[in-house]
Design a protein around this ligand. Sequence first.
Ligand code: GLN
Length: 476
Amino acid sequence: MELYELDLYHLMKGLEEKKFSPSEIFTSCKKRIDACEQNIHAFITRTDDAMPEHKEGKLAGIPTVLKDNLCTKGIRTTAASKILGNWRPPYDATAWKYLHEAGAVLMGKVNMDEFAMGNTCGNSAFGPTHNPNDITRVPGGSSGGSAAAVSAGYVPFALGSDTGGSIRQPASYCGVYGFKPTYGMVSRYGLISYGSSLDQIGPFARTVRDLQIIMSVIGQYDPMDSSCFRGKAPDFTSNDNPSIKGKRIALVKEFQSFTLDAPIAEAMTRTRKILEDEGAIIVEVSLPVVARYAVACYYALAMSEAHTNLERYDGVRYGYTVTDAAGVKEMFERVRSYGFGAEVKSRIIAGTCLTEPARCDEYYVAATKVRTLIAQEFSRAFGECDFILQPVTPSLPGKIGEVDDDEMKGYETDLYTLPVNLAGLPGLSFFTGYAGDMPVGLQLIGPRWSDPEILNAGAVIERHTGSPKIANGGVK
Ligand code: GLN
Protein backbone atom coordinates (compact mmCIF):
# COMPACT_ATOMS: atom_id res chain seq x y z
CA MET A 1 0.00 0.00 0.00
CA GLU A 2 1.29 3.45 -0.94
CA LEU A 3 1.13 6.30 1.55
CA TYR A 4 -1.13 8.39 -0.68
CA GLU A 5 -3.77 5.69 -0.27
CA LEU A 6 -4.06 6.24 3.48
CA ASP A 7 -6.82 8.41 4.85
CA LEU A 8 -6.12 11.40 7.07
CA TYR A 9 -6.65 9.57 10.35
CA HIS A 10 -4.23 6.78 9.43
CA LEU A 11 -1.64 9.25 8.17
CA MET A 12 -1.82 11.12 11.48
CA LYS A 13 -1.58 7.85 13.40
CA GLY A 14 1.35 6.56 11.35
CA LEU A 15 3.23 9.82 11.83
CA GLU A 16 2.65 9.71 15.55
CA GLU A 17 3.93 6.14 15.71
CA LYS A 18 6.87 7.16 13.51
CA LYS A 19 6.03 4.51 10.91
CA PHE A 20 6.84 7.04 8.18
CA SER A 21 7.85 10.69 7.91
CA PRO A 22 6.14 13.83 6.56
CA SER A 23 8.57 13.91 3.66
CA GLU A 24 7.65 10.33 2.67
CA ILE A 25 3.98 11.36 2.61
CA PHE A 26 4.82 14.46 0.58
CA THR A 27 6.78 12.41 -1.95
CA SER A 28 4.07 9.78 -2.28
CA CYS A 29 1.30 12.34 -2.85
CA LYS A 30 3.43 14.30 -5.28
CA LYS A 31 4.13 11.14 -7.29
CA ARG A 32 0.45 10.38 -7.38
CA ILE A 33 -0.28 13.90 -8.64
CA ASP A 34 2.43 13.57 -11.32
CA ALA A 35 0.96 10.25 -12.44
CA CYS A 36 -2.65 11.46 -12.83
CA GLU A 37 -2.66 15.20 -13.32
CA GLN A 38 -2.43 15.12 -17.11
CA ASN A 39 -5.70 13.15 -17.09
CA ILE A 40 -7.46 15.01 -14.30
CA HIS A 41 -6.32 18.63 -14.49
CA ALA A 42 -7.34 19.48 -10.95
CA PHE A 43 -4.72 22.16 -10.35
CA ILE A 44 -4.61 25.80 -11.31
CA THR A 45 -1.41 26.44 -9.35
CA ARG A 46 0.90 23.81 -7.88
CA THR A 47 2.91 24.69 -4.79
CA ASP A 48 4.56 21.30 -4.28
CA ASP A 49 8.04 22.08 -5.67
CA ALA A 50 9.64 21.38 -2.37
CA MET A 51 8.54 20.14 1.02
CA PRO A 52 8.06 23.18 3.30
CA GLU A 53 9.85 23.40 6.62
CA HIS A 54 8.48 21.11 9.29
CA LYS A 55 5.86 22.56 11.61
CA GLU A 56 4.43 21.12 14.80
CA GLY A 57 0.68 20.64 15.13
CA LYS A 58 -2.26 18.31 14.84
CA LEU A 59 -1.99 18.17 11.02
CA ALA A 60 1.80 18.37 10.84
CA GLY A 61 2.99 17.01 7.50
CA ILE A 62 -0.50 16.36 6.07
CA PRO A 63 -0.87 17.47 2.43
CA THR A 64 -3.93 19.35 1.26
CA VAL A 65 -5.26 21.50 -1.58
CA LEU A 66 -7.57 24.51 -1.53
CA LYS A 67 -10.23 25.65 -3.93
CA ASP A 68 -8.83 28.66 -5.74
CA ASN A 69 -11.32 31.09 -4.23
CA LEU A 70 -9.62 30.78 -0.82
CA CYS A 71 -7.00 33.46 -0.33
CA THR A 72 -3.45 32.30 0.28
CA LYS A 73 -0.88 34.90 1.27
CA GLY A 74 1.64 35.45 -1.53
CA ILE A 75 0.23 32.57 -3.62
CA ARG A 76 -1.75 33.28 -6.79
CA THR A 77 -5.50 33.09 -6.17
CA THR A 78 -7.67 33.26 -9.29
CA ALA A 79 -11.26 32.11 -8.56
CA ALA A 80 -10.70 30.44 -11.98
CA SER A 81 -11.18 33.82 -13.65
CA LYS A 82 -8.99 35.80 -16.01
CA ILE A 83 -9.95 38.99 -14.23
CA LEU A 84 -7.78 38.31 -11.18
CA GLY A 85 -4.70 37.83 -13.37
CA ASN A 86 -1.76 36.87 -11.19
CA TRP A 87 -3.23 38.41 -8.06
CA ARG A 88 -1.43 37.31 -4.91
CA PRO A 89 -3.51 38.00 -1.80
CA PRO A 90 -1.78 39.88 1.01
CA TYR A 91 -3.43 37.61 3.62
CA ASP A 92 -4.65 34.04 4.26
CA ALA A 93 -8.28 32.95 4.44
CA THR A 94 -8.95 32.10 8.09
CA ALA A 95 -9.90 28.47 7.34
CA TRP A 96 -6.52 27.99 5.66
CA LYS A 97 -4.76 29.93 8.41
CA TYR A 98 -6.15 27.47 10.98
CA LEU A 99 -5.06 24.46 8.89
CA HIS A 100 -1.64 25.97 8.22
CA GLU A 101 -1.10 26.71 11.90
CA ALA A 102 -1.96 23.07 12.59
CA GLY A 103 0.86 22.06 10.23
CA ALA A 104 -0.98 21.18 6.99
CA VAL A 105 1.12 21.30 3.81
CA LEU A 106 -0.31 23.08 0.76
CA MET A 107 0.17 21.14 -2.49
CA GLY A 108 -1.65 23.75 -4.56
CA LYS A 109 -4.74 25.67 -5.52
CA VAL A 110 -7.39 23.76 -7.41
CA ASN A 111 -9.90 24.29 -10.18
CA MET A 112 -13.49 25.45 -9.90
CA ASP A 113 -16.21 27.12 -11.91
CA GLU A 114 -15.34 30.79 -12.31
CA PHE A 115 -16.29 32.64 -9.12
CA ALA A 116 -18.01 29.39 -8.03
CA MET A 117 -20.81 29.84 -10.55
CA GLY A 118 -21.70 26.49 -12.01
CA ASN A 119 -21.97 22.80 -11.25
CA THR A 120 -19.58 21.11 -13.70
CA CYS A 121 -16.18 22.77 -13.16
CA GLY A 122 -16.47 23.57 -16.87
CA ASN A 123 -16.89 27.34 -16.40
CA SER A 124 -13.20 27.76 -15.57
CA ALA A 125 -10.88 30.08 -17.47
CA PHE A 126 -8.28 27.32 -17.01
CA GLY A 127 -10.22 24.56 -18.75
CA PRO A 128 -12.24 21.70 -17.28
CA THR A 129 -11.28 19.20 -14.57
CA HIS A 130 -12.00 15.52 -15.27
CA ASN A 131 -13.72 13.03 -12.97
CA PRO A 132 -11.07 10.62 -11.61
CA ASN A 133 -13.57 7.73 -11.72
CA ASP A 134 -14.16 8.21 -15.46
CA ILE A 135 -12.15 10.94 -17.10
CA THR A 136 -14.74 11.48 -19.83
CA ARG A 137 -17.15 12.74 -17.17
CA VAL A 138 -17.38 16.02 -15.22
CA PRO A 139 -16.28 16.02 -11.57
CA GLY A 140 -19.14 18.37 -10.67
CA GLY A 141 -18.80 21.86 -9.35
CA SER A 142 -18.11 24.36 -8.48
CA SER A 143 -15.47 22.79 -6.17
CA GLY A 144 -14.63 20.12 -8.79
CA GLY A 145 -10.86 20.39 -8.33
CA SER A 146 -11.09 19.76 -4.58
CA ALA A 147 -13.35 16.72 -5.00
CA ALA A 148 -11.21 15.28 -7.81
CA ALA A 149 -7.99 15.75 -5.82
CA VAL A 150 -9.33 13.81 -2.84
CA SER A 151 -10.94 11.14 -4.99
CA ALA A 152 -7.76 10.52 -7.03
CA GLY A 153 -5.63 10.24 -3.88
CA TYR A 154 -3.66 13.46 -4.40
CA VAL A 155 -4.39 14.50 -0.82
CA PRO A 156 -6.42 13.01 2.04
CA PHE A 157 -8.57 16.11 2.41
CA ALA A 158 -9.31 19.43 0.73
CA LEU A 159 -11.36 22.56 1.26
CA GLY A 160 -14.06 23.91 -0.99
CA SER A 161 -16.96 26.32 -0.74
CA ASP A 162 -20.69 25.74 -1.05
CA THR A 163 -23.15 28.47 -2.06
CA GLY A 164 -25.85 26.22 -3.51
CA GLY A 165 -24.29 22.76 -3.54
CA SER A 166 -20.70 23.29 -4.63
CA ILE A 167 -19.20 20.98 -2.01
CA ARG A 168 -21.93 18.34 -1.83
CA GLN A 169 -22.51 17.86 -5.56
CA PRO A 170 -18.87 17.32 -6.64
CA ALA A 171 -18.35 15.13 -3.57
CA SER A 172 -21.12 12.82 -4.72
CA TYR A 173 -19.96 12.89 -8.37
CA CYS A 174 -16.38 11.98 -7.40
CA GLY A 175 -17.18 9.50 -4.62
CA VAL A 176 -15.91 11.27 -1.51
CA TYR A 177 -17.54 12.80 1.55
CA GLY A 178 -18.29 16.52 1.44
CA PHE A 179 -19.66 18.63 4.24
CA LYS A 180 -21.39 22.00 4.03
CA PRO A 181 -21.43 23.35 7.59
CA THR A 182 -24.13 25.54 9.14
CA TYR A 183 -23.84 29.13 7.89
CA GLY A 184 -21.53 30.78 10.43
CA MET A 185 -19.80 27.56 11.57
CA VAL A 186 -16.63 28.27 9.55
CA SER A 187 -15.24 31.76 9.00
CA ARG A 188 -15.67 33.12 5.48
CA TYR A 189 -12.86 35.62 5.92
CA GLY A 190 -10.64 35.37 2.84
CA LEU A 191 -13.20 33.43 0.77
CA ILE A 192 -13.76 35.31 -2.50
CA SER A 193 -17.43 36.22 -2.27
CA TYR A 194 -20.09 34.90 -4.61
CA GLY A 195 -23.40 35.16 -2.70
CA SER A 196 -22.28 36.25 0.76
CA SER A 197 -25.50 35.27 2.57
CA LEU A 198 -25.21 31.73 1.12
CA ASP A 199 -21.44 31.04 0.91
CA GLN A 200 -19.86 28.61 3.34
CA ILE A 201 -16.47 26.85 3.44
CA GLY A 202 -16.26 23.12 4.16
CA PRO A 203 -14.11 19.98 3.84
CA PHE A 204 -13.84 16.99 1.48
CA ALA A 205 -12.36 13.68 2.66
CA ARG A 206 -12.55 9.92 2.06
CA THR A 207 -14.03 9.09 5.48
CA VAL A 208 -16.47 10.76 7.85
CA ARG A 209 -13.93 10.63 10.67
CA ASP A 210 -11.57 12.72 8.52
CA LEU A 211 -14.28 15.33 7.99
CA GLN A 212 -14.70 15.45 11.76
CA ILE A 213 -10.97 16.00 12.25
CA ILE A 214 -10.93 18.89 9.77
CA MET A 215 -14.10 20.44 11.19
CA SER A 216 -12.47 20.46 14.63
CA VAL A 217 -9.67 22.59 13.16
CA ILE A 218 -11.62 24.99 10.92
CA GLY A 219 -14.87 25.23 12.94
CA GLN A 220 -13.47 27.87 15.29
CA TYR A 221 -14.64 31.38 16.03
CA ASP A 222 -13.02 34.14 14.00
CA PRO A 223 -13.46 37.84 14.88
CA MET A 224 -12.79 38.71 11.20
CA ASP A 225 -16.17 37.31 10.08
CA SER A 226 -19.12 38.95 11.83
CA SER A 227 -21.44 36.11 10.76
CA CYS A 228 -19.21 33.55 12.49
CA PHE A 229 -20.63 31.84 15.60
CA ARG A 230 -19.42 33.05 18.97
CA GLY A 231 -18.46 31.00 21.96
CA LYS A 232 -17.07 27.55 22.36
CA ALA A 233 -16.58 25.39 19.28
CA PRO A 234 -18.58 22.14 19.22
CA ASP A 235 -16.80 18.87 19.81
CA PHE A 236 -16.66 17.12 16.46
CA THR A 237 -14.75 14.04 17.50
CA SER A 238 -16.33 13.04 20.80
CA ASN A 239 -18.46 10.14 19.66
CA ASP A 240 -16.56 6.87 19.11
CA ASN A 241 -19.61 4.72 18.77
CA PRO A 242 -22.33 6.85 17.20
CA SER A 243 -25.92 5.68 17.07
CA ILE A 244 -29.08 6.83 15.35
CA LYS A 245 -31.38 4.56 17.31
CA GLY A 246 -34.74 6.26 17.78
CA LYS A 247 -33.84 9.19 15.52
CA ARG A 248 -36.56 10.33 13.16
CA ILE A 249 -35.24 10.60 9.63
CA ALA A 250 -37.54 12.18 7.07
CA LEU A 251 -38.12 11.87 3.38
CA VAL A 252 -39.58 14.93 1.68
CA LYS A 253 -43.13 14.29 0.53
CA GLU A 254 -43.01 16.66 -2.47
CA PHE A 255 -39.80 15.10 -3.80
CA GLN A 256 -41.33 11.62 -4.02
CA SER A 257 -42.93 12.34 -7.40
CA PHE A 258 -39.72 13.77 -8.94
CA THR A 259 -37.77 11.43 -11.19
CA LEU A 260 -34.40 10.09 -10.13
CA ASP A 261 -32.03 8.04 -12.24
CA ALA A 262 -32.13 4.37 -11.24
CA PRO A 263 -28.77 4.25 -9.34
CA ILE A 264 -29.85 7.16 -7.16
CA ALA A 265 -33.33 5.78 -6.51
CA GLU A 266 -31.71 2.45 -5.58
CA ALA A 267 -29.27 4.20 -3.25
CA MET A 268 -32.23 5.88 -1.51
CA THR A 269 -33.87 2.48 -0.96
CA ARG A 270 -30.62 0.90 0.31
CA THR A 271 -29.89 3.78 2.65
CA ARG A 272 -33.39 3.78 4.03
CA LYS A 273 -32.94 0.11 4.90
CA ILE A 274 -29.60 0.84 6.63
CA LEU A 275 -31.24 3.57 8.69
CA GLU A 276 -34.12 1.30 9.69
CA ASP A 277 -31.71 -1.51 10.59
CA GLU A 278 -29.91 0.95 12.85
CA GLY A 279 -33.14 1.69 14.69
CA ALA A 280 -34.06 5.01 13.07
CA ILE A 281 -37.70 5.79 12.38
CA ILE A 282 -38.47 6.87 8.82
CA VAL A 283 -41.06 9.65 8.63
CA GLU A 284 -42.26 12.09 6.00
CA VAL A 285 -42.15 15.90 6.07
CA SER A 286 -43.75 18.34 3.69
CA LEU A 287 -41.72 21.19 2.11
CA PRO A 288 -44.09 22.67 -0.50
CA VAL A 289 -42.43 26.10 -0.77
CA VAL A 290 -39.00 24.53 -1.13
CA ALA A 291 -40.18 22.15 -3.85
CA ARG A 292 -41.88 24.87 -5.83
CA TYR A 293 -39.86 28.06 -5.34
CA ALA A 294 -36.38 27.28 -3.98
CA VAL A 295 -34.60 27.20 -7.35
CA ALA A 296 -35.99 30.54 -8.53
CA CYS A 297 -35.49 32.09 -5.11
CA TYR A 298 -31.88 30.91 -4.90
CA TYR A 299 -30.86 32.12 -8.35
CA ALA A 300 -32.55 35.49 -7.84
CA LEU A 301 -30.63 36.00 -4.59
CA ALA A 302 -27.33 34.47 -5.72
CA MET A 303 -27.25 36.57 -8.89
CA SER A 304 -28.25 39.74 -7.06
CA GLU A 305 -25.54 39.27 -4.47
CA ALA A 306 -23.01 38.26 -7.14
CA HIS A 307 -23.57 41.37 -9.19
CA THR A 308 -22.78 43.56 -6.16
CA ASN A 309 -19.86 41.42 -5.00
CA LEU A 310 -18.27 41.41 -8.44
CA GLU A 311 -18.45 45.19 -8.84
CA ARG A 312 -15.04 45.42 -7.20
CA TYR A 313 -13.27 43.88 -10.22
CA ASP A 314 -12.73 47.07 -12.14
CA GLY A 315 -9.12 46.83 -13.25
CA VAL A 316 -8.03 49.32 -10.58
CA ARG A 317 -7.66 47.25 -7.46
CA TYR A 318 -7.05 43.67 -8.58
CA GLY A 319 -5.38 41.62 -11.24
CA TYR A 320 -6.01 42.17 -14.92
CA THR A 321 -6.03 45.73 -16.25
CA VAL A 322 -5.50 47.77 -19.43
CA THR A 323 -3.27 50.83 -19.49
CA ASP A 324 -4.18 52.42 -22.83
CA ALA A 325 -7.90 53.10 -22.35
CA ALA A 326 -9.27 56.49 -23.41
CA GLY A 327 -11.04 56.96 -20.08
CA VAL A 328 -12.36 55.23 -16.98
CA LYS A 329 -15.53 53.99 -18.68
CA GLU A 330 -13.59 52.38 -21.50
CA MET A 331 -11.19 50.86 -19.02
CA PHE A 332 -13.99 49.23 -16.95
CA GLU A 333 -15.64 48.04 -20.14
CA ARG A 334 -12.54 46.46 -21.60
CA VAL A 335 -11.37 44.93 -18.32
CA ARG A 336 -14.74 43.37 -17.54
CA SER A 337 -15.50 42.27 -21.11
CA TYR A 338 -12.22 40.39 -21.34
CA GLY A 339 -11.85 39.37 -17.71
CA PHE A 340 -15.16 37.64 -17.02
CA GLY A 341 -16.37 34.46 -18.71
CA ALA A 342 -19.82 34.09 -20.30
CA GLU A 343 -21.64 32.54 -17.32
CA VAL A 344 -20.35 35.17 -14.90
CA LYS A 345 -21.33 37.99 -17.27
CA SER A 346 -24.83 36.66 -17.74
CA ARG A 347 -25.29 36.41 -13.97
CA ILE A 348 -23.98 39.95 -13.40
CA ILE A 349 -26.46 41.24 -15.97
CA ALA A 350 -29.31 39.20 -14.47
CA GLY A 351 -28.38 40.42 -10.97
CA THR A 352 -28.36 44.01 -12.18
CA CYS A 353 -31.88 43.60 -13.62
CA LEU A 354 -33.22 41.81 -10.54
CA THR A 355 -32.12 44.64 -8.24
CA GLU A 356 -32.72 47.74 -10.36
CA PRO A 357 -35.05 50.16 -8.54
CA ALA A 358 -38.07 49.61 -10.81
CA ARG A 359 -38.05 45.82 -10.33
CA CYS A 360 -36.32 45.31 -7.03
CA ASP A 361 -39.50 44.74 -5.00
CA GLU A 362 -40.91 42.35 -7.53
CA TYR A 363 -37.77 40.18 -7.75
CA TYR A 364 -35.00 40.66 -5.19
CA VAL A 365 -37.19 41.70 -2.27
CA ALA A 366 -39.76 39.03 -3.11
CA ALA A 367 -37.00 36.42 -3.14
CA THR A 368 -35.82 37.49 0.35
CA LYS A 369 -39.39 36.94 1.58
CA VAL A 370 -39.63 33.51 -0.03
CA ARG A 371 -36.32 32.70 1.61
CA THR A 372 -37.84 33.46 5.02
CA LEU A 373 -40.75 31.14 4.23
CA ILE A 374 -38.28 28.42 3.26
CA ALA A 375 -36.35 28.81 6.51
CA GLN A 376 -39.64 28.62 8.46
CA GLU A 377 -40.70 25.55 6.50
CA PHE A 378 -37.47 23.78 7.47
CA SER A 379 -37.87 24.83 11.13
CA ARG A 380 -41.32 23.29 11.17
CA ALA A 381 -40.02 20.14 9.48
CA PHE A 382 -37.25 19.79 12.07
CA GLY A 383 -39.93 19.87 14.75
CA GLU A 384 -41.07 16.55 13.29
CA CYS A 385 -37.74 14.94 12.47
CA ASP A 386 -34.03 14.96 13.37
CA PHE A 387 -32.61 14.72 9.84
CA ILE A 388 -33.81 14.75 6.27
CA LEU A 389 -32.52 12.18 3.77
CA GLN A 390 -32.54 13.17 0.12
CA PRO A 391 -30.57 12.94 -3.11
CA VAL A 392 -27.75 15.36 -3.93
CA THR A 393 -28.60 15.33 -7.63
CA PRO A 394 -31.22 13.54 -9.73
CA SER A 395 -28.59 11.90 -11.97
CA LEU A 396 -24.96 10.79 -12.20
CA PRO A 397 -22.33 13.11 -13.74
CA GLY A 398 -22.61 13.88 -17.44
CA LYS A 399 -19.90 13.85 -20.09
CA ILE A 400 -17.45 16.74 -20.34
CA GLY A 401 -18.45 19.22 -23.03
CA GLU A 402 -22.02 17.92 -23.24
CA VAL A 403 -24.31 20.92 -23.55
CA ASP A 404 -27.97 20.92 -22.83
CA ASP A 405 -30.10 23.06 -25.14
CA ASP A 406 -32.29 23.83 -22.18
CA GLU A 407 -30.06 26.19 -20.18
CA MET A 408 -32.43 26.25 -17.22
CA LYS A 409 -31.96 22.52 -16.70
CA GLY A 410 -28.46 23.04 -15.29
CA TYR A 411 -29.95 25.35 -12.67
CA GLU A 412 -32.82 23.01 -11.85
CA THR A 413 -30.54 20.09 -11.02
CA ASP A 414 -29.44 22.09 -7.95
CA LEU A 415 -32.92 21.65 -6.45
CA TYR A 416 -31.73 19.17 -3.79
CA THR A 417 -28.73 21.18 -2.61
CA LEU A 418 -29.57 24.88 -2.71
CA PRO A 419 -32.47 24.94 -0.19
CA VAL A 420 -29.89 24.04 2.46
CA ASN A 421 -27.99 27.28 1.75
CA LEU A 422 -31.16 29.35 1.68
CA ALA A 423 -31.93 28.19 5.21
CA GLY A 424 -28.30 28.22 6.42
CA LEU A 425 -28.43 24.51 7.33
CA PRO A 426 -25.66 21.91 7.47
CA GLY A 427 -25.64 19.20 4.80
CA LEU A 428 -23.52 16.08 4.39
CA SER A 429 -22.95 14.44 1.02
CA PHE A 430 -22.09 10.82 1.74
CA PHE A 431 -20.94 7.84 -0.28
CA THR A 432 -23.37 4.93 -0.71
CA GLY A 433 -21.64 2.59 -3.17
CA TYR A 434 -20.97 2.27 -6.89
CA ALA A 435 -23.11 1.94 -10.00
CA GLY A 436 -20.60 0.38 -12.38
CA ASP A 437 -17.50 2.61 -12.15
CA MET A 438 -19.38 5.60 -10.87
CA PRO A 439 -19.89 6.41 -7.19
CA VAL A 440 -23.34 7.35 -5.93
CA GLY A 441 -23.83 9.87 -3.13
CA LEU A 442 -26.80 10.99 -1.06
CA GLN A 443 -27.42 13.77 1.40
CA LEU A 444 -28.34 14.19 5.05
CA ILE A 445 -29.60 17.58 6.22
CA GLY A 446 -30.12 18.72 9.79
CA PRO A 447 -31.24 21.81 11.72
CA ARG A 448 -28.85 24.71 12.20
CA TRP A 449 -25.89 23.80 14.48
CA SER A 450 -26.55 20.06 14.28
CA ASP A 451 -23.20 19.68 12.46
CA PRO A 452 -21.64 17.16 14.90
CA GLU A 453 -24.83 15.06 14.96
CA ILE A 454 -25.07 14.91 11.15
CA LEU A 455 -21.48 13.74 10.91
CA ASN A 456 -22.15 11.07 13.53
CA ALA A 457 -25.17 9.89 11.55
CA GLY A 458 -22.95 9.79 8.45
CA ALA A 459 -20.48 7.62 10.34
CA VAL A 460 -23.28 5.16 11.16
CA ILE A 461 -24.12 4.81 7.47
CA GLU A 462 -20.42 4.48 6.59
CA ARG A 463 -20.19 1.41 8.87
CA HIS A 464 -22.51 -0.32 6.39
CA THR A 465 -21.31 1.06 3.06
CA GLY A 466 -17.58 1.20 3.74
CA SER A 467 -15.56 4.18 2.58
CA PRO A 468 -14.99 4.86 -1.13
CA LYS A 469 -11.86 3.54 -2.80
CA ILE A 470 -9.39 5.83 -4.49
CA ALA A 471 -10.38 6.43 -8.11
CA ASN A 472 -7.99 5.22 -10.80
CA GLY A 473 -7.43 8.76 -12.09
CA GLY A 474 -7.33 7.61 -15.69
CA VAL A 475 -4.16 5.59 -14.99
CA LYS A 476 -4.40 2.01 -16.23
N1 GLN B 1 -24.60 25.57 -9.00
C1 GLN B 1 -24.91 26.62 -8.10
C2 GLN B 1 -24.62 27.96 -8.73
O1 GLN B 1 -24.06 28.00 -9.77
C3 GLN B 1 -24.15 26.49 -6.80
C4 GLN B 1 -22.73 26.89 -6.92
C5 GLN B 1 -22.05 26.96 -5.58
O2 GLN B 1 -22.48 26.35 -4.61
N2 GLN B 1 -21.00 27.75 -5.54
O3 GLN B 1 -24.95 28.98 -8.19
